[in-house]
Design a protein around this ligand. Structure first.
Ligand SMILES: Cc1cc2nc3c(=O)[nH]c(=O)nc-3n(C[C@H](O)[C@H](O)[C@H](O)COP(=O)(O)OP(=O)(O)OC[C@H]3O[C@@H](n4cnc5c(N)ncnc54)[C@H](O)[C@@H]3O)c2cc1C
Length: 432
């Protein structure tokens, strides 16, 4: 198969990137599962936006402070400065953010934010954004989506990427030739026992980058979310209790139902405090209480969380719920420049798979959707400008030896191993 641009992943980064590319280019999006099964659909809390100039310094500082000042300040500036344009695009696609009575956009707050600057749609902001992007993509005749199609490798020579090897739902292997390949394959939560991520997000792009000597950055910077619903029988994914619940006033209690921490600490510090408390109490969780949030606010802002807890046997209007930290987000990734270009020619990386340095050592809440979109657009801009200077290598792609990918289970195990070993080598995170 041949295409102008191959995008691997159909989360918000992949879909938005496709929409920003010229309509005369043939774009193929492949995705490991169905489109609706991406972490972008799971995002609850919201997406940051620079409200007005008076908030710039504070937003910048909050992002840097949360990231332990290991952030790339240029990337942070680009993200914040591009936020209003990005929101304009989303509104033009019909994204319905919460509004005040006078019709202006409504903002909420989450941990480590000094101000209310987070746009939201109930507690399903990611679903609202991503389904509108998907609807728009479906209207574009130049964009094709192949579901249940997994990239198992990229094809490259002399540090130029010419496409990918893919496996379809029936297990058949084939190759795709492209001028540009864009890795938008999300995070690595599927490598962990307890994670809020979809299980099929196993850091394939990271494993492939490691095998091809593509530069990576800080792949041991893995964020643990402080509050996921505790379950004695962990289901597929840990269910997130969004930070905005604490932003709106929820409090944490120890076993004696006493407060023990500032609930709005950055995620890494709060996780540490919760773990210490769990150890002190000899309990596998701490309590979270929504008693300070008015019932109407809970019903209106957090209906999905309320319903999920109800299904698990907890009435958040009347009682505390048990919460525990779990793997959540990947700050590191494939190293990219400010246009999302990797160290390999004709290869871009966007979204959670990429690392442009925005998040530093720890992501500030609700910066991820924004960062994914802003840097997806920048990738699209550069690809558009540079397209004439790219080429395909049909011969290399057609003659690729596919036999080495035949054993699916062995390949998956090898990729998992490569990534976890590299994270371990960097020796900063606890593998669960
Ligand atoms: C529960 C939860 C709540 C969150 N809440 C927020 C929030 O409120 N605000 C915020 O800013 N961020 C939030 N995040 C983080 C944010 O949702 C993600 O970082 C962001 O959506 C990542 O987008 P993405 O497009 O990079 O990846 P994803 O949306 O994860 O998409 C990855 C895509 O890649 C595909 N893929 C993976 N491997 C392959 C392969 N080998 N071949 C083909 N396809 C592949 C997957 O099928 C998927 O389509 C949350 C995350 C979770 C899990």
């Amino acid at each position: 198969m041949e295409t102008d641009i191959l995008i691997v992943g159909s989360g918000c980064a992949g879909l938005y990137c496709a929409l920003q590319l010229p309509t005369d280019k043939k774009i193929l999006i492949i995705t490991k599962d169905i489109v609706e099964n991406s972490d972008s659909f799971l995002a609850q809390g919201g997406m940051c936006m620079l409200k007005d100039e008076s908030d710039y310094e504070s937003y910048f500082e909050d992002t840097m402070r949360a990231g332990h000042s290991e952030n790339n300040p240029e990337a942070v500036e680009i993200m914040i400065r591009s936020s209003q344009d990005t929101v304009k695009d989303l509104l033009s696609y019909g994204v319905d953010f919460q509004r005040e009575e006078d019709g202006s956009l409504s903002f909420t707050r989450e941990g480590a934010h000094s101000n209310k600057r987070i746009l939201f749609h109930k507690d399903i902001t990611g679903k609202e954004i991503t389904r509108k992007l998907y609807a728009k993509v479906q209207q574009c005749p130049n964009i094709q989506i192949m579901e249940h199609c997994t990239m198992v490798d990229i094809l490259s020579e002399d540090n130029v990427c010419y496409g990918a090897v893919v496996r379809d739902e029936q297990g058949r292997l084939s190759t795709i030739s492209a001028n540009y390949t864009v890795l938008a394959c999300g995070g690595i939560g599927g490598l962990y026992k307890y994670s809020t991520n979809y299980k099929h997000l196993t850091g394939d792009g990271i494993a492939i980058a490691l095998e091809h000597g593509i530069e990576l950055e800080n792949i041991n910077y893995v964020q643990i979310h402080p509050t996921t619903l505790y379950s004695e029988n962990p289901q597929e994914r840990s269910f997130l209790i969004s930070e905005s619940v604490r932003g709106e006033g929820a409090v944490l209690y120890n076993a004696k139902k006493e407060r023990f921490v500032d609930e709005l600490l950055p995620r890494d510090r709060l996780t540490e405090e919760i773990r210490k408390q769990m150890e002190k109490d000899g309990m596998p969780y701490v309590w979270l209480s929504m008693e300070n949030i008015p019932e109407e606010e809970i019903r209106e802002h957090f209906p999905n969380i309320m319903e999920h807890c109800r299904q698990m046997g907890y009435d958040v209007l009347k009682e505390c719920i048990p919460v525990v930290p779990a793997q959540h987000y990947f700050m590191g990734g494939i190293k990219v420049n400010m246009s999302s270009h990797t160290s390999m020619e004709q290869l871009y990386a966007i979204g959670e798979t990429a690392c442009n340095g925005v998040h530093g050592k720890n992501r500030l809440a609700s910066n991820s959707l924004l960062e994914s979109l802003v840097f997806a657009k920048r990738a699209a801009k550069e690809m558009t400008e540079e397209f004439e200077n790219t080429k395909q290598d049909i011969k290399l792609v057609q003659e690729a030896d596919l036999s080495v990918y035949e054993d699916k289970a062995a390949l998956e195990m090898r990729y998992k191993d490569i990534v976890l070993k590299e994270i371990e080598r960097l020796d900063k995170c606890t593998i669960q």
